[in-house]
Design a protein. Sequence first.
Length: 304
Amino acid sequence: MNPNLRQMRALVAVAKTGSFTLAAEHLNVTQSALSGQIKELEQLLGVRVVERTTRKAQLSELGRELTPLFDKILQDLDRAMGDIAKRRALKQGSVRIAAPQMLSCTLLPEVIAAYRARYPDVQVLLADSPVELVAARVFSGETDFGIGPERDAATEIEAQQLFEMPFVVVFPPDHPLDQLERITWTDVIDYPMISLQGQFTERLLRDMHASFREQSITPYNEVTFMTTALAMVHARLGITVCLPYAEKMVQLYGLRMRTLESPALTRRFFVYTRNARALSPAAESFVSFLQEFAAAHEWNVPQG
């Protein structure tokens, strides 16, 4: 058996005060209880740690050797427990998030700023990533969780839906599409489409095929980042489709954004975490805050 914390605290208190009476007051226990803890420690070790006299308590040679060791253990433990309490109270800690580039430069900075206003002592670190690397950063432990669009299920990754948004079409001012009262997918297939590489376009084409088999979109140019697509639309090289959270970036490029109808295709976004890995209190609080933020904000896109 090893000494327990009460026995360690008893010896350290006696060493620092030189008195059973003062040590008992310091620990807020009775003197008999303190004496019992010292006796238990001596029985465990098989030797005396305190030499009792009529005037004061003096440590034995072993007691003097053990005291600094016990004191360090107790200080380290108290410090660790204090840190845990602060983390639970969100007085310190950090959150590491992986998110796609467009989400990282539009919606998430606003969410992080609002979160920091509520919890100023928690550090939020954002890792902007290619969308296909979000789950990989979560799985490797590089980030606490990721935020991204729906992807094929992985056994190691758990997905919790965050929000669902309709697709919108983006085009330059004075484009013929802006003259329409409502814009359908049929209306956009006649214009060069700047699209994203990978699963973004693959899933979109799959959804379109399921909704109306006779029509589809053939991308004019496929790029890696939505900011590149928006820049190309700004240069009047074509149009693009994206999601409403990109509105601020669309406005920055001086472009127009309208909801696409018939069919009203949507894209779901999820919070991705690694299975069997508990989130820290700070990460849990940020996920909850993000869910509240998503529920409280509606992305109203002009219809005409």
